[in-house]
Design a protein around this ligand. Structure first.
Ligand code: SF4
Length: 256
């Protein structure tokens, strides 16, 4: 595969420009090619993947395992996951042979100060997501120049324009599965005999923290069961709060 133009290796263009150039040039490649390109050529040691070990997480993790089983896999251990998710996480790690999975916890001080009884999700979901997801996420990706996610365009009306390559502050976020459909994912899981998350059989199609996740009905967005009954649609790790948090962290700061 052709190398990136030298222009992209200079500091004269912004990361936003870099992401747009990557999208124009490589955005239509297959997920496997995108992952191989990202790990093998574009970012090498400077890339990780963030996984929720949710309903479709096995697809991205399996694709990555074909390229590098030792790629850092960052898991936001909010302390609020379904026990089934934690068991599924252990199962996938074992079956795919992933060797660098990291649990990223909230700061103890934040929990002590803001959620001493573990009930913040009932009174202030945005703040709960901030201390359990956004801040830990920023801390986790800080050492890398890029990270991958399993987000897809079909998941929700808010994601229909999701690109494969996008910038988040001074870093690049890559969504290799952005253009895959639900049928593509199911076919990949079947072809590779990937185990389903146990809660999928109970109607959960997007699986996050237990207090904020419910099953969805036929015809609803996959993410309709996340924060159901509220205006909230994202936890913040994919929104500007993460950019703001990262803007104070240098690319080489790995002591967080
Ligand atoms: S999804 Fe719910 S429980 Fe999880 S961090 Fe956000 S508000 Fe808290």
């Amino acid at each position: 595969m052709a190398r990136l133009p030298m222009l992209l290796e200079t500091n004269e263009i912004t990361v936003a420009d870099e992401a747009r150039a990557l999208e124009a040039r490589y955005g239509n490649l297959d997920p496997a090619q995108i992952i191989e390109l990202a790990i093998g050529q574009l970012f090498k040691q400077d890339i990780a993947v963030v996984s929720s070990f949710g309903a479709e997480s096995s697809v991205l993790l399996h694709l990555i395992a074909q390229v590098n089983r030792a790629l850092p896999v960052l898991f936001l251990e909010t302390g609020k996951h379904f026990p089934a998710t934690l068991r599924y996480r252990d199962q996938l790690v074992h079956e795919l042979g992933l060797t660098a999975v990291q649990d990223i916890h909230p700061l103890k001080q934040s929990l002590k100060d803001e959620d001493p009884f573990g009930a913040l999700s009932m009174t202030n979901k945005d703040r709960c997501c901030y201390i359990r997801k956004v801040e830990p996420m920023a801390r986790a990706v800080a050492p890398y120049r890029a990270w991958m996610t399993g987000r897809k365009q079909f998941q929700a009306s808010t994601r229909t324009a999701l690109p494969v390559f996008e910038s988040v502050g001074a870093r690049v976020r890559i969504n290799p599965l952005a253009r895959w459909t639900s049928a593509d994912l199911k076919a990949y899981m079947a072809a590779n005999q990937l185990p389903p998350h146990p809660l999928v059989a109970e109607g959960y199609r997007s699986i996050g923290c237990m207090p904020c996740t419910s099953p969805v009905k036929e015809g609803e967005d996959d993410r309709a069961g996340r924060w159901a009954g509220t205006d909230k649609t994202e936890c913040g790790i994919h929104l500007t709060g993460l950019t703001d948090q990262l803007s104070n962290i240098s690319l080489t700061d790995s002591n967080l």
